[in-house]
Design a protein around this ligand. Sequence first.
Ligand code: PRP
Ligand code: ZN
Length: 300
Amino acid sequence: MTQPQARIKIAIQKSGRLTEHCLELLQQCGLKYSRGRDQLIGFGENMPVDFLLVRDDDIPGLVRDDVCDLGIVGLNVLEEKRLGYAAEGINEPFQVLQKLDYGHCRLAFAYPEESPLEKAAELDGQTIATSYPKIVGDYLQQNGLNAQVVEFSGAVEIAPSLGRAELICDLVSTGATLAANRLVEGETILDSVACLIQTPVAIPAEKTEWVNRLVERIAGVQQVRGCKYIMMHAPRSALHAITELLPGAESPTVLPLEDADDKVAVHVVCRENVFWETLESLKKAGASSVLVIPIEKMLA
Ligand code: PRP
Ligand code: ZN
């Protein structure tokens, strides 16, 4: 009897700031999947890769327990869980393979608008509400501060108005939630971003090929995302100035233009994103018909 092919499991956030980005990333890695409405598993159709949609707080545990081979979760959740495991004497609960280019946010203190509190040094004797008691506790300890931490699993922002805490420590992305609750942002204690993690257990032989392929494709997608292909027309004399303006550019391809002796077409791959300001500077340097084109795949 032949063994069924071993399938890779990757845990991603069910609904939240990372979900759409994770699904898009898997699709860009070439995964085609089927998923029934409200189904918490997506089955890969063209690769032996399935994904589980779970609460982000559960992702580190699923990977640590080797239920999932890989997971994508915010550094904020990862760090909170890592401190918990460390307290139990478990030191490498998961391997962090790579930081990804989405899910940027920060764990920061925030005070009611009318609060006299401003600096971290003023935390002594205060009560802080947070969903990240271990990260906050660790910060207080590292800084020799003596504040009390109360854990809220959600809606931390309302703790001060309920009289449960003088301030909070919570995730901030746009800052809209803080503003809506009349809270002012203070010091950041952790900058967070989505991370790709892998089980601490050695991947069994029948899975290594696809785990490696997926991890490599994720790295490839990340690399290519910031890259752009730029085409423009430019006077030959401006070539040097133009290449100087392009971020992370390789040496350009320069092509002659029909019926134009002094003008050439310039094609170049930029390894960083290209902003409007750069295009405006290119125009000032003499470039015209500037096109910025996304690159879908790149094999170095
Ligand atoms: C965080 C945080 C705020 C919100 C801040 O929750 O608790 O509610 O995001 O974002 P903003 O600055 O853009 O308004 P999150 O959505 O991460 O949910 P979770 O902590 O329950 O997973
Ligand atoms: Zn959460």
